[in-house]
Design a protein around this ligand. Structure first.
Ligand SMILES: Cc1cc2nc3c(=O)[nH]c(=O)nc-3n(C[C@H](O)[C@H](O)[C@H](O)COP(=O)(O)OP(=O)(O)OC[C@H]3O[C@@H](n4cnc5c(N)ncnc54)[C@H](O)[C@@H]3O)c2cc1C
Length: 451
């Protein structure tokens, strides 16, 4: 059976859902196909529930700081309210009926199933063949990558999907991977009393961020009692008597649970992308300025390799929907991609790191200011760790990258994102008035240190 529609959207992550909904509302016939839950990783296993954990864990940390500022509080941790919030408020017990109804009300037709691209205009799902008159939009996202460590397969390890659904914090946890996902959960669980060890094979945490960010976060986590082991590759995993044992070259770690947070992967072969001329061994898809990977075949989100973030997925969805609807709109640009790791302190960054800028041959100047030395940081006292790092292109007199770490690092990032996005001259940024005493005044201090 062949069904003809204008657009087929395969995978309804945040961007796929947004694009499918907008196209349906615009009057196109749209089929949206989702194998798991409409909304994708973010609302059910990612951003939202993990930030509920972080929010609760940060409340505990703030309570712990009272003794340094305002007397004493007795803290008894209880993970049950977090688990309940994740189940009831974030995920509806991992049920997407609300999203399904919303999409149908927008005029879309929803199919639950795993779709395969069978040609430049065709998709199959189950017994159904669909012909897309106008476009195929792919938003199939990523799955947790499980490294081929001897002994790991077959053990009851967690990925983010299991960790996010636990009813209580484990008593001990080994986290494989020192990136954003691993660190956010490591710190959150540790604040609920879990004994946590983080193993990162590379020489520093958050290897995609500035080295100063890696060091600061490692120092904070270590001071909070987490074991941070960089340059430590897991060589073997075993699971016996409800205990995981992970061995590296020279150490052995044991814990009740093991969280694998070593990256994400896509399956382009399984998605059938060879039928539209794609090299299915590549890790990400090459897109043109309108997000097409082939004529009339669009890609959105993690699979484009432009940043595995919900805001990227939504941004690209807007561009794809505009292009399909023939609306004028700016093409995709990626010089000011913001990202935030929601540890405490938050690590926000935008654009290029110093090393990336140097690798591009840019004439680089950098400047750093430290939050504890700013008025706000000094008076904030407990929990004031952070810094601002600016990466400037001295030929052009603009910022090409920036990092903002601090108690509100992700919020302070907004002005730096605007500066990098708009290519605002550094001199113009220096002329601005910065409210006193805010965390973002540390940006002014760093600007003053640029040559
Ligand atoms: C623990 C965690 C925390 C995170 N925190 C943040 C954060 O704070 N901020 C942030 O911006 N990002 C965060 N992310 C990343 C964010 O979740 C993703 O970048 C976001 O979901 C966008 O992904 P996507 O659009 O590529 O699609 P996804 O969300 O991955 O969704 C893709 C969907 O496609 C479906 N699918 C796949 N193949 C098929 C097929 N063949 N047929 C039908 N359906 C298919 C999948 O079932 C899935 O639902 C986090 C991720 C994790 C894991």
């Amino acid at each position: 059976m062949v069904e003809k529609v204008d657009v087929v959207v395969v995978g309804l992550g945040p961007g796929g859902e947004a694009a499918a909904t907008e196209l349906a509302k615009a009057g196109l016939s749209v089929i949206g196909i989702e194998s798991r839950l409409i909304g994708g990783e973010c609302p059910y296993y990612g951003c939202i529930p993990s930030k509920m954990m972080v929010r609760a864990a940060n409340a505990l940390a703030e309570a712990g700081r009272v003794s340094l500022l305002a007397g004493e509080v007795d803290i008894t941790t209880d993970f049950a309210p977090v688990a309940k919030r994740i189940r009831d408020e974030a995920t509806d017990n991992w049920n997407d009926q609300v999203a399904v109804d919303r999409f149908k009300q927008a005029g879309g037709r929803f199919i639950r199933g795993t779709a395969v691209v069978t040609g430049p205009k065709t998709v199959s799902v189950g017994d159904l063949e669909i012909e897309a008159g106008t476009a195929i939009v792919l938003n199939t996202g990523t799955n947790p990558a499980v490294p081929p460590i001897p002994g790991l397969a077959g053990t009851p390890f967690w990925t983010n999907r299991e960790a996010i659904a636990v009813p209580e914090a484990p008593s001990s946890l080994i986290v494989l991977g020192g990136g954003a996902i691993g660190l956010e959960m490591a710190q959150a669980f540790a604040r609920f009393g879990t004994n946590v060890h983080v193993l990162e094979a590379l020489e520093r945490l958050m290897p995609l961020e500035e080295p100063e960010s890696s060091q600061l976060v490692a120092d904070v986590l270590t001071s909070e009692g987490l074991g941070i082991h960089t340059g430590t590759a897991a060589r073997n995993v075993s699971y016996e008597s409800n205990t995981f044992t992970v061995t590296s070259d020279d150490e052995t770690f044991s814990a009740d649970h093991l969280l694998v947070a070593t990256g994400r992967r896509s399956d382009f072969a399984g998605l059938g992308l060879a039928t539209v001329g794609i090299d299915t061994t590549s890790r990400t898809l090459d897109t043109d300025a309108n997000l097409q990977i082939a004529d009339g075949v669009y890609a959105i989100g993690d699979i484009t390799g432009k940043g595995a973030f919900t805001h990227m997925s939504m941004y690209q969805a807007r561009i794809v929907a505009n292009h399909i609807l023939g609306k004028q709109g700016p093409a995709a640009e990626y010089h000011a991609v913001p990202r935030v790791t929601f540890t405490d302190p938050e690590v926000g960054s935008v654009g290029l790191t110093e090393q990336q800028a140097r690798d591009q041959g840019i004439a680089v100047a950098v400047a750093i200011s430290h939050i504890p030395e700013s008025s706000r940081g000094w008076l904030h006292k407990a929990g004031n760790e952070g810094l601002i790092k600016l990466v400037a292109d001295t030929d052009k007199g603009i910022l090409v990258g920036a990092t903002s770490i601090g108690p509100a690092g992700g919020e302070v990032l907004s002005m730096l994102t605007l500066a990098v996005h708009e290519r605002t001259p550094v001199n113009r940024l220096r002329e601005m008035i910065y409210a006193y005493p805010t965390f973002h005044r540390a940006v002014e201090d760093a600007l003053g240190r640029l040559p």
